[in-house]
Design a protein around this ligand. Structure first.
Ligand SMILES: *Cc1c(COP(=O)(O)O)cnc(C)c1O
Length: 397
């Protein structure tokens, strides 16, 4: 036992020594544009609270009402005795919102992606996956017996080469898997080209829209809507723009959803979503499809534009784009940590990202805009970036 723990301690020391240790800021308030950390109110630039719904009164009221009417927990998986009318309503609602046949709920999008590939694909089939796909897609693919092909991020020539290899290798079914938005970079998958390639090679197109559902595309229907194309299968989360509690889904053709309901292990061997979450997510979808959704999406877009312009004006290196994920590139992990610490001292919560979450040498502060932030908040945050940037040597003093 002592050997075991000693070895773990040595690895922990190694993580600290490399400057890769992750600390968690403890928040003593609801999630929002401003949060309380260490007894102090700070601006929050690192939540996936894109539409500012995480503490919205309508969602809290819907959660309370659902809990009063349907209780606190289900204490069962769905197929044994854990399916409520609210689950059926939410599945139908997610499918109709996304314009797909049917949908199935999971405890998290991590589980949705973990569940998807193994039941659908056999060793006669192939999956072709973007190199920057989310960890849950990578793990989900690992759990399947399908032949695996990988292409460089958003490289359509490489995607085509891999599709040709899969076809030449005699693959029966081919599934292309991509994030709709690459969450470390805030860049969009080239879905228009991917749809063309999928059709040319007779492949299915799967899109994980975790960083898009609710606020990208018409009425927030996501990256396929933005690109004007159809995705065959969409996975997503309720843990980001749609209220930010938890839960995930797969939406797609009826037979795909039916097979997942019969065979997907994270569905068959894990608890049903609680009523408060299903009820509030239904309310979130009402809001997102209504006029308040339009208003919040336009505030989010205006904030993202203002924020990018402001950071560029101060001299920071950004990754180009238009998504509310705005990565400030610092390259060095320690520097990213120093900058994040400096920002917190200036009253701004923003997290440094470094290896293994992003490649070596590509450390960054990933900032994220929210409709919960005001223009005054952003100006205050820009001042903090300016000061912290000079103190840490990121900007010329
Ligand atoms: C956040 C995220 C997930 C995981 O979502 P959870 O519901 O929190 O498990 C999956 N895929 C992508 C692309 C994500 O960004």
């Amino acid at each position: 036992m002592s050997d075991f723990l000693d070895e773990i301690r040595a690895r922990l020391d190694g993580i600290r020594a490399e400057g890769l240790w992750k600390r968690e800021a403890v928040i003593a308030s609801p999630q929002g544009g401003r949060v309380t950390v260490d007894g102090r109110e700070v601006l929050n630039l690192c939540a996936n609270n894109y539409l500012g719904l995480a503490n919205h009164p309508a969602l809290k009221a819907a959660a309370s009402a659902a809990m009063e009417e349907r209780g606190y927990g289900l204490a069962s998986v769905r197929f044994i005795c854990g399916t409520q009318d609210l689950h059926k309503a939410l599945e139908a609602r997610v499918a109709s919102y996304l314009g797909l046949d049917d949908a199935i709920l999971f405890a998290a999008a991590f589980d949705a992606n973990g569940a998807l590939f193994e039941p659908l694909l056999t060793d006669a089939d192939a999956v072709v996956s973007d190199a920057l796909n989310h960890a849950s897609i990578i793990d989900g693919i690992r759990l399947s017996k399908a032949r695996r092909y990988r292409y460089a991020n958003n490289d359509m020539d490489e995607l085509e080469a891999r599709l040709r290899e899969a076809r030449d290798g005699g693959a029966r079914h081919v599934l292309i898997a991509t994030d709709g938005v690459f969450s470390m970079d805030g860049s969009f998958a080239d879905l228009a080209s991917m749809r063309l390639l999928a059709d040319r090679y007779g492949a299915q197109l799967m899109v994980d829209d975790a960083h898009a559902t609710g606020f990208v595309g018409e009425k927030g229907r996501g990256t396929p809507s933005r690109a004007g194309v159809r995705a065959d299968i969409v996975t997503g989360t309720f843990g980001k723009a749609l209220g930010g509690a938890l839960g995930g889904f797969v939406a797609g053709p009826g037979p795909v959803i039916d097979l997942l309901r019969q065979r997907a292990r994270p569905y068959l061997f894990s608890n049903a979503l609680p009523p408060a979450v299903t009820g509030a997510t239904l309310a979130a979808l009402d809001l997102v499809e209504g006029p308040e959704g339009d208003e919040r999406r336009s505030r989010l877009a205006a904030n993202a534009h203002h924020w990018r312009k402001g950071l560029e004006g101060l001299g920071f290196e950004l990754l180009p784009g238009s998504h509310p994920i705005v990565p400030v590139m610092l390259h060095d992990a320690r520097r990213a940590q120093d900058m994040a610490r400096g920002l917190l001292a200036q009253g701004v919560l923003a997290t440094g990202f470094f290896y293994p979450v992003v490649p070596q040498g590509k450390a960054r502060i990933r900032t994220q805009m929210s409709a919960a932030l005001t223009p005054q908040d952003l100006d205050q945050a820009l001042e903090a970036f300016d000061r912290a940037g000079r103190e840490t040597g990121v900007l010329a003093a």
